[in-house]
Design a protein around this ligand. Structure first.
Ligand code: DC
Length: 224
């Protein structure tokens, strides 16, 4: 067993809007572990592809671009080749581009090395769609977080309204349903719970309750 493979990992996979990003960040903060936002990597690939005029279906050009990128995550965002991209990667064009590039095997392979390199002591919390199934299958704790489509859409709606932004509940519902279908239906690394995942349905749970369940589980298996 290599040194890296004994560094503990908690994976947090699940549907869009289930709260997994928030949960992963809270666990990492509580335990003082590193955090991997793997979705941000696919967003970065899309943003770089768009900026360089690369066709987002061109797997080999995108994969070779990934190999040469210098990516540094920091608290408030991410710096890629010296340029802050934290806000850019959350834009709509990049979000939809991310789901296109995420379906390409060569891109997923190129991103795999970056993900594995994040496994550093004292531990890693990895958030995404295939963290427990493909990237860290030996993780001792795998969370799969889900919530009803309606609950996820309502949460998004409230977040947007609270920020003073326009929001349409029906459009949000349709958008989430599309992303669910793309994430679960693709052939490469589809979203699904790992066989040994701890499945949490957060439809009627607060994020604090979900965090408490996760930490209880981590204690119960002697991880923390
Ligand atoms: O979690 P997110 O919305 O930031 O993810 C952006 C896109 O990347 C989304 O289309 C799902 C995809 N993704 C993936 O395929 N595998 C991951 N491990 C993480 C995200």
């Amino acid at each position: 067993m290599s040194g890296a493979s004994v560094v503990p990992v908690i994976t947090v996979d699940g549907t869009s809007g289930s709260g997994k990003g928030t949960l992963a960040a809270l666990i990492a903060k509580r335990l003082g572990w590193h955090l991997l936002d793997s979705g941000a990597l696919y967003r970065i690939v899309a943003a770089v592809g768009l900026a360089r005029g690369i066709d987002l279906q061109d797997a080999s050009q995108l994969a070779s671009a990934v190999a040469s990128l210098d990516i540094k995550f920091h608290d408030a965002g991410v710096v890629v080749d010296g340029q802050e991209l934290g806000l850019r990667i959350r834009e709509e064009a990049v979000s939809s581009g991310a789901s296109v590039v995420a379906a390409l095997t060569e891109v997923r392979e190129a991103v795999l090395d970056i993900q594995l390199a994040q496994r550093r002591p004292p531990g890693l919390v990895a958030d995404g769609r295939d963290m427990g199934t493909v990237v860290f299958p030996d993780a001792p704790l795998k969370i799969y977080l889900d919530a009803s489509l309606e609950a996820r859409a309502e949460r998004r709606y409230k977040q947007l309204i609270d920020k003073g932004l326009a929001a349409n509940l029906l459009a949000l519902l349709a958008g989430l349903q599309d992303r669910d279908q793309r994430d679960k239906g693709r052939t490469v690394s589809p979203l699904k719970p790992a066989p040994d995942a701890f499945i949490i349905d957060s439809t009627s749970l607060s994020i604090d309750a979900v965090l408490a369940l996760t930490l209880e589980r981590a204690h119960a298996i002697g991880l923390v």
